[in-house]
Design a protein around this ligand. Structure first.
Ligand code: SAM
Length: 253
């Protein structure tokens, strides 16, 4: 049970831990319809490259061998769809997200791609998963973990539901470490992204939160330590695009 005074970050604001999820849910309720378009605009299409790097690392079997993926905080299903196109007939994915609006958009995308039999959309909180122990071959989470109030719980749940030999992969915004790029990135993040959010979704505040939450997220070494603390072994990370994003990996062995 959380102590009632325990606080966490909602962007740059300190909020009671118990309020963060409601605030995060409001953000994704507000942006769900335009989420995919905004991803392309905000990242100049780069999110597609980062996600493809994650799918390459996942390397799902191209055969009919069964392979079950859990995509946490999977939103509109991007990771699951990319994994399905890289995989063979034995591939099944469950997209789990706390927000029904994001899942609704994802399910419609699955139907339009004829993937509704391979990709299921399930409402759930990454901190308390309703899946059995040792069930999935892999667990991915892309740009989702920083929105979860109790990251340590979500990592432990990912570990619990993975089969021994299963892999955890996490794509998340990180800290830019290239001189010059850092200032450009700062300017783009705080000036351009909220304005784009205002024009495309009529919601600058939600995109300001998304930018601020990136700055508050632990540095890659610290986050790797959290993944280890959840029980994962062979933990590693790879910095992408000058540190804008990091791909973290761990194994349940
Ligand atoms: N993974 C998708 C992608 O890369 O396009 C969506 C990422 S979106 C930035 C973050 C997602 O995290 C939202 O869909 C939000 O609803 C979800 N989320 C936030 N808190 C969550 C929680 N506690 N459990 C599960 N999903 C959560």
């Amino acid at each position: 049970m959380d102590h009632p005074d325990q606080t966490t970050h909602f962007g740059y604001r300190d909020v009671p831990l118990s309020d963060k999820q409601t605030l995060v849910n409001d953000v994704f309720h507000s942006v769900a319809q335009r989420y995919d378009l905004m991803n392309d605009l905000m990242s100049a299409g780069l999110h597609r490259v980062w996600k493809d790097i994650m799918i390459n690392a996942l390397n799902p079997p191209r055969s009919d061998r069964p392979f079950v993926l859990l995509d946490l905080a999977g939103g509109t299903g991007d990771i699951a769809f990319r994994a399905a196109s890289a995989a063979g007939g034995g591939f099944q994915a469950t997209v789990c997200d706390i927000n029904p609006d994001m899942l609704r958009v994802g399910h419609l995308r699955a139907v339009s791609r004829h993937l509704e039999h391979q990709v299921a959309f399930v409402e759930g909180n990454a901190e308390t998963l309703a899946f059995p122990d040792r069930h999935f071959d892999a667990c991915t989470i892309a740009f989702g973990i920083r929105n979860v109030p109790r990251i340590d719980l979500a990592l432990r749940e990912a570990y619990r539901v993975l089969k021994p030999g299963g892999r955890f992969l996490c794509l998340e915004f990180s800290s830019v470490d290239v001189p010059g790029l850092d200032r450009l990135y700062e300017m783009f993040s705080f000036k351009v992204i909220p304005q784009l959010g205002r024009i495309v979704t009529d919601d600058a505040g939600s995109y300001r939160y998304l930018v601020e939450s990136i700055r508050k997220f632990p540095k890659p070494q610290a986050f790797a330590g959290m993944i280890r603390a959840a029980g994962f072994l062979r933990v590693s990370h790879q910095s992408l695009s000058g540190g804008i994003v990091a791909l973290h990996s761990g194994w349940r062995l």
